[in-house]
Ligand binder design. Structure first.
Ligand code: SAM
Length: 331
């Protein structure tokens, strides 16, 4: 398995992440051993995180679900290290993008409204993913979330597999596929230990996921492993030299009288799930150094424009929060 050497800042961030997870755990934010029942959660309405990134708010206490039969058994919570458990708990309670609609979770209106809003806010996704290009190709999406990109691959005729760390996401995407009479292989699994044989896929796609997992380099090593030689990967990660990262630092370091705090430690503590990372260009190049035909595309997001105002028009895409990497496993 490919595991590139870690830079010192990665080690520091990992230690910080574990400490934060431990503290959160000890003050009562740890995950219960029971799985949450998404069907009994109630949607409350739109809520924005501190950075304007849409997040979900549910009403009422989570309910314990009866286990039902599934193609693949869920991972046992006891097998998940603390840092990853905190990530899983966060996304289980707040599937990404759900705040874009007030419709009943799992309904057709719910998915339709999320889809329309997603591509209005992030219109660059279809060009990056090229959903229609993968007909009859073996495609894996890592971190399907609510499955908006995933169904686009399915509609395009890909031979499709998808994983997510949370049961909530996988349940909702199963429902979404059923609504459209589409078929795909979906399972709860960890990006750092993909449950697929070597060289199984023509494309591995992941949008906004791998910066949340504790060992991102390991996950990229897994992408390499499951790609066939000549296969492609398209991965979006957060960029540290970005307006969003600057805004977070201004808010949580500068304005709190702690300007010595690094962008990395602010993002790990305050950006979505605990331990979120963002990368510089040299770090990205290092992480994908084993691949060929590597190219990086930066995307300025509405979340950047909230920080930069009209300045982003002058600076162009270079300080965008999202960076898409396209790369190939050499033949
Ligand atoms: C910001 S959401 C993105 C979801 C989707 N790709 C999208 O663009 O809407 C991050 C997702 O990554 C998943 N995730 C985080 N760590 C993961 C891991 N180690 N393995 C698989 N999925 C993971 C979370 O459960 C969550 O659904």
């Amino acid at each position: 398995m490919f595991e590139p050497p870690r830079e010192p800042h990665h080690r520091r961030a990992a230690v910080e992440m574990r400490l934060i997870a431990l503290i959160r755990h000890s003050v009562g934010h740890g995950e219960s051993a029971s799985r949450l029942c998404t069907t009994q959660k109630r949607w409350v309405g739109e809520r924005k995180s501190s950075f304007g990134v849409p997040t979900l708010q549910w009403r009422g206490p989570p309910q314990v679900c009866e286990l039902s039969s599934r193609p693949a058994p869920p991972m046992k919570p006891s097998m998940i290290p603390d840092a990853k458990r905190a990530v899983r708990q966060y996304w289980d309670a707040a599937p990404s993008g759900s705040s874009l609609t007030n419709a009943e979770p799992g309904s057709k209106a719910f998915f339709d409204e999320i889809e329309a809003s997603r591509y209005r806010l992030e219109p660059f996704i279809p060009k990056f993913a090229e959903f229609e290009r993968w007909r009859n190709k073996r495609v894996l999406e890592i971190g399907v979330g609510l499955g908006t990109d995933f169904v686009r691959f399915a509609r395009g005729g890909a031979n499709l597999s998808g994983i997510d760390l949370t049961e909530a996401a996988i349940d909702l995407v199963r429902r979404r596929l059923a609504l459209e009479n589409l078929d795909a292989n979906l399972r709860v699994a960890d990006a750092e230990a993909l449950p697929f044989a070597d060289e199984s896929f023509d494309l591995v796609y992941s949008w906004g996921v791998l910066h949340h997992t504790p060992d991102t380099e390991r996950a990229i090593g897994e992408i390499w492993r499951v790609l066939r030689p000549g296969g492609e990967t398209r991965v979006m990660l957060y960029s540290r030299r970005s307006w969003v990262a600057l805004g977070a630092w201004a808010r949580y370091a500068l304005l709190r009288g702690r300007p010595w705090r690094s962008f990395g430690s602010v993002l790990a503590a305050h950006m979505e799930s605990v331990g979120t990372k963002a990368y510089t260009q040299p770090e990205l190049e290092e992480m994908f150094s084993r691949f060929s035909s590597v190219s990086f595309t930066r995307f300025v997001t509405p979340y950047d424009r909230r920080v930069s105002g009209s300045l982003a028009r002058v600076t162009g895409p270079r300080f965008g929060w999202f960076v898409g990497t396209s790369a190939q496993r050499p033949h």
